[in-house]
Design a protein. Structure first.
Length: 148
């Protein structure tokens, strides 16, 4: 019970894709001529393109941090949870533990429509909650701490 705030989000596949994108940004156009760069990327000046791609990557990472910082769960009485996963408005849905001990967030039960999200509880102590879940083909683990 109580309010938990996210402090970290781990997703090995996403982290690997970010590393690959950063490697691409660092090397794009470095082994091709200006004419080949124009044909492949539509620009001759690869330094400017790399700068633009780095800025876009930085914005993506800042947004990812913002989403983590604005994610929280508030377990209320009666199987209700108020939650925010980086959205402009929090949501209230039903929660329960299934037979395997997984946390189920069930919009269908409360609203008659929506999603049913299964999260594996990998750690639960007085002050730490770690949940593993799958979303859009990515396996992620969120770490929460109890808000005092």
């Amino acid at each position: 019970m109580g309010k938990w705030v996210a402090i970290a989000m781990e997703s090995p596949r996403l982290e690997q894709e970010i590393k690959e994108a950063q490697r691409f940004i660092d090397t794009v156009g470095s082994h091709t001529t200006p004419d080949e760069n124009m044909a492949l990327y539509g620009v001759r000046d690869m330094d400017s393109l790399r700068t633009l791609l780095k800025e876009q990557m930085e914005l993506t990472l800042v947004e990812q941090k913002r989403l983590i910082d604005s994610t929280w769960l508030d377990f209320l009485k009666g199987g209700i949870i108020a939650s925010n996963f980086g959205a402009p408005q929090p949501d209230t849905i039903n929660w329960y533990l299934d037979d395997e001990g997984d946390l189920i967030l069930d919009e269908m039960k409360m609203k008659g429509s929506g999603d049913k999200v299964r999260m594996e509880i990998t750690t639960l102590t007085n002050d730490t909650l770690r949940l593993r879940f799958n979303e859009n083909g990515y396996s992620s683990t969120a770490t929460f701490v109890r808000k005092k």
